[in-house]
Design a protein around this ligand. Structure first.
Ligand SMILES: C[S@@+](CC[C@H](N)C(=O)[O-])C[C@H]1O[C@@H](n2cnc3c(N)ncnc32)[C@H](O)[C@@H]1O
Length: 215
């Protein structure tokens, strides 16, 4: 299936220069706060088994997997080799600009779970990526697309920058369904900062996730 959902304007972004230039400097920072990352790691603890081959697509120097669990294999993809080399959860990695080439260098049905974090928001051709993920994720395997309400806004296509959090959830789901993925489950939750200031009950980065099993 190759349902195309986006028009040229929706794929466009403020900074249309080569993405590899933007990502050429390693960013060894956390893109999401502690509260978000703790919620994400708990989701992985709940959803993933240690015998899985995991793909961390659009990764960096952190994969957010629970420290106490060793998975069968974790493959990472990203835009900066220094970041990926520093990611100690990865058994292998590669660099590829998915806005230029959406074909994943992976075998059919070779992945049990694909994880994408603060990532989908940068895809200009998400339909093709979703189609490739349908190919490489095994039947019964999972896709977990997580994000918050922040982004490198100049690098995100207008379909993302002009939508609400709720629009983002539906947009990811609609692209997946158009590529033959089944109905998705949403998680949409506030998070709360922990630690010394927890008594103030301050909100952390809001947590959104689209979960879907390949059929
Ligand atoms: C905000 S970072 C999130 C990184 C990581 N998933 C995390 O949770 O820290 C956005 C990531 O999206 C990926 N990315 C952005 N533009 C991309 C592109 N054109 N092609 C492939 N990956 C891209 C890069 O790996 C980049 O590090």
């Amino acid at each position: 299936m190759t349902g195309i959902l986006l028009n040229t304007y929706q794929r466009s972004k403020v900074d249309d220069n080569d993405d590899l230039i933007f990502y050429s400097q390693p960013r060894l920072v956390n893109h999401l706060d502690d509260a978000f990352r703790a919620r994400l790691t708990q989701l992985y603890r709940d959803q993933l088994d240690e015998d899985m081959a995991i793909l961390d697509l659009m990764s960096s120097w952190v994969s957010h997997l629970p420290d106490e669990i060793t998975y069968r294999r974790v493959i990472g993809h990203g835009m900066n080799s220094i970041e990926l080399e520093k990611n100690d959860r990865l058994d292998a990695h590669w660099v590829q600009d998915l806005n230029k080439n959406q074909i994943l260098p992976l075998e059919d049905a070779s992945i049990d779970a694909c994880l994408m974090v603060a990532a989908w928001q940068y895809l200009q051709y998400p339909e093709k990526v979703a189609g490739e993920l349908k190919r490489v994720v095994k039947k019964g395997g999972q896709l977990i697309v997580s994000f918050s309400n922040r982004a490198f806004w100049t690098k995100a296509p207008r379909i993302w920058t002009e939508g609400s959090d709720f629009d983002h959830l539906n947009y990811v789901k609609d692209v997946l369904i158009a590529q033959g993925w089944p109905e998705a489950q949403f998680i949409s939750e506030p998070t709360q900062k922990a630690g010394f200031f927890s008594f103030l009950e301050l909100n952390g980065d809001p947590f959104f996730s689209v979960l879907v099993n390949n059929n």
